[in-house]
Design a protein around this ligand. Structure first.
Ligand SMILES: Cc1cc2nc3c(=O)[nH]c(=O)nc-3n(C[C@H](O)[C@H](O)[C@H](O)COP(=O)(O)OP(=O)(O)OC[C@H]3O[C@@H](n4cnc5c(N)ncnc54)[C@H](O)[C@@H]3O)c2cc1C
Length: 322
């Protein structure tokens, strides 16, 4: 047994239990990434970024791939118009994307699996050699018996204050996917939160969670990236802004690499502040960092427009996106 004045909970996340029959037949994303060879037919349950990324890789490696998603739109945290473009490209690639399809159970039949699902009131069956869980992750806290220590926690993690200290037991801190901090569950966020916790443990509570612009990327081909406010959040907040949205498949930067699945949407407030940026296409995963920098440091659209980016890099498109 180890004793300490403080404990930091940083146990990460795990796939959430769906409470369906045959749950034990799921392959997790961790297990998928350890495979030595790819099965012929694969079904991804859930239409988030994990399923889309692994579906793109699998399809390009010639597997037959389906994604079953229960809502109208997959990749719900990304811009709907850009998602529509990416869904179209993903279907062209040969991935069978079934929307409004809720998985109810998995059965083993011989050496393959049957996924039982319901779609628009009808029952459907899908067959595959492997069923991958991409249907959401929750904080990995079950083994810790936190209630004994009076640590309040839910699916999103340990409930923490702005110092990342447990709201119910001041001896406990949490960071990363195991902390309910309100920030997205991503590697850069886990590192940022780890730094805050370390500073507060060493010098007492003085470092607070700040409002940070967190870029996020679905590493499909091409990638889809996002930072800052979505159009729907900006609307809900009653902000006054303009939207610059374009498909850019005919721009030089897309044609040069023969990738016509590309576009962007940038939200700019009336005073010139960039509220959010959403980019689909080649190098979107790099381009989004420029917008993250601008949003985080308050660089206005007008200032960003004046920066001379090297031509013909993808960054040299930024001025045309504002
Ligand atoms: C398939 C997949 C793809 C992802 N892609 C991206 C991406 O492209 N970009 C991005 O930013 N994020 C991505 N993420 C999310 C990212 O991995 C997490 O946000 C990040 O790892 C969180 O860091 P963490 O330190 O909180 O937890 P983790 O990295 O999960 O580390 C937690 C560690 O604690 C260990 N642990 C758990 N329980 C116990 C226990 N009881 N005792 C001791 N040890 C324990 C775990 O085994 C694990 O090693 C992805 C996640 C998945 C699943």
């Amino acid at each position: 047994m180890l004793e300490g004045r403080h404990t930091v909970i940083a146990t990460g996340a795990k796939p959430q239990t769906l409470n369906i029959l045959g749950e034990q037949y799921f392959t997790t994303s961790d297990q998928f990434l350890e495979l030595d060879s790819l099965p012929r037919q694969i079904i991804f349950v859930g239409g988030g970024y994990i399923s889309f990324e692994l579906a793109h890789v699998s399809r390009r490696a010639h597997a037959e791939v389906a994604v079953l998603h229960r809502a109208d739109r997959p990749l719900e945290k990304f811009d709907p118009d850009l998602v529509e473009q990416l869904v179209e490209r993903t279907r062209q690639l040969g991935v069978d994307i079934q929307l409004r399809t809720e998985v109810k159970g998995i059965e083993r039949r011989g050496d393959h699996f049957i996924v039982c699902a319901s779609s628009r009131g009808q029952k459907h069956e899908f067959q595959a050699d492997m069923i991958v869980h991409g249907a959401g992750r929750i904080a990995d806290l079950d083994d810790l018996n936190l209630s004994v220590a009076g640590v309040e926690a839910g699916k999103l993690g340990v409930r923490v204050n702005e110092y990342l200290q447990s709201v119910s037991n001041p001896a406990m801190y949490a960071a990363g996917d195991a902390a309910d901090s309100g920030l997205p569950k991503l590697t850069a966020v886990a590192e940022y939160e780890g730094g805050i916790v370390a500073a507060n443990l060493i010098n007492g509570n003085h470092k607070k969670l700040e409002h940070v612009a967190v870029p996020t990327v679905a590493f499909t081909v091409p990638p889809l990236a996002s930072v800052g406010l979505s159009e729907s959040t900006a609307k809900e907040q009653g902000l006054r802004y303009r939207v610059h949205w374009e498909k850019t498949g005919d721009w030089y930067s897309s044609r040069r690499v023969a990738e016509d699945c590309s576009g962007f949407k940038v939200l700019i407030e009336e005073d010139g502040r960039i509220l959010g940026a959403h980019v689909l296409g080649p190098e979107a995963d790099e381009l989004i960092n420029i917008f993250a920098f601008a949003i985080q440091s308050g660089v206005s659209a007008d200032t960003l427009k004046q920066i001379l980016f090297a031509y013909p890099t993808h960054a040299s498109d930024v001025a045309s996106m504002l």
